[in-house]
Design a protein around this ligand. Structure first.
Ligand SMILES: [Ca+2]
Ligand SMILES: [Ca+2]
Length: 244
């Protein structure tokens, strides 16, 4: 009987030792295996001094050129300096917004002055993710070389413009203007027509009217002028209704 008790105690001790070791290993293992997240690197290639209120900030509308590549590969995947994505070949215009703009750009662009050039080395968790896509391999660290061309605080008009400028080329085309009109119509700031052909005619007329310099796109200034006139018309309509 005593032997049996001893045997039981011995087995318990062995179990305890094995389990403690296993759990220790597990703890160490998980902290060892947990990959340390790569930090983002921000380098200034061309420094330009400016006052804080003249620099890009979170929420600013920023206009910039960029070259994009994958770390370790010399090829440029995208460049706004060359013919490519942008009809105007004048860089891209973007509102720096958390949750919308790439995380690495939200962190790397604020504080830049117009004319400054930065190289942002952005790990995948702040860029295109661990799965990658048709352009980027899984877990790719990407390198953005950014040249800031302009930065403005986003007033309401600029915010509307930037939301409408889906391809981020800094001008609105007919399709993008159509989206703006749809919102304006829902808000009651633009007359509605049931006939799609009439609507299309109105859209084209508005586009021709707004595109003052006839370059085939509506710039931020042209958009601003268009909204002013639209508001005036809206005001007059309201007034005439009240007068009636
Ligand atoms: Ca556009
Ligand atoms: Ca234009």
């Amino acid at each position: 009987m005593f032997k049996q008790i001893l045997k039981f105690v011995f087995i318990c001790i062995v179990c305890f030792v094995v389990c403690s070791a296993a759990s220790k290993d597990g703890k160490n293992g998980s902290s060892k295996n947990k990959p340390k997240r790569k930090e983002m690197k921000i380098e200034t290639l061309k420094k330009v001094e400016c006052a804080d209120d003249k620099s890009a900030q979170l929420g600013s509308v920023v206009h910039f050129h960029y070259k994009l590549s994958v770390e370790g590969h010399p090829d440029i995947i995208e460049s706004t300096y060359e013919n490519g994505n942008n009809a105007q070949d004048k860089g891209v215009v973007h509102m720096l917004t958390k949750g919308v703009t790439l995380k690495g750009l939200v962190k790397g662009i604020p504080g830049m002055c117009v004319g400054e050039i930065r190289r942002l080395t952005i790990p995948s968790h702040m860029a295109f993710g661990s799965k990658g896509n048709d352009r980027f391999p899984p877990g790719a660290t990407v390198i953005y070389e950014i040249e800031l061309l302009d930065a403005k605080p986003a007033d309401e008009v600029l915010q509307r413009f930037t939301r409408a400028d889906l391809n981020e080329d800094g001008v609105l085309d007919v399709t993008e203007l159509e989206a703006v009109m749809s919102i304006a119509m829902k808000d009651g700031n633009f007359p509605m027509a049931d006939d799609p052909a009439i609507m299309e005619g109105m859209l084209n007329e508005l586009f021709q009217f707004a595109d003052k310099n006839k370059d085939g796109g509506i710039s931020t200034d042209e958009f601003r002028t268009m909204l002013k006139l639209q508001n005036n018309l809206g005001g007059k309509r309201t007034k005439s209704k009240q007068e009636l």
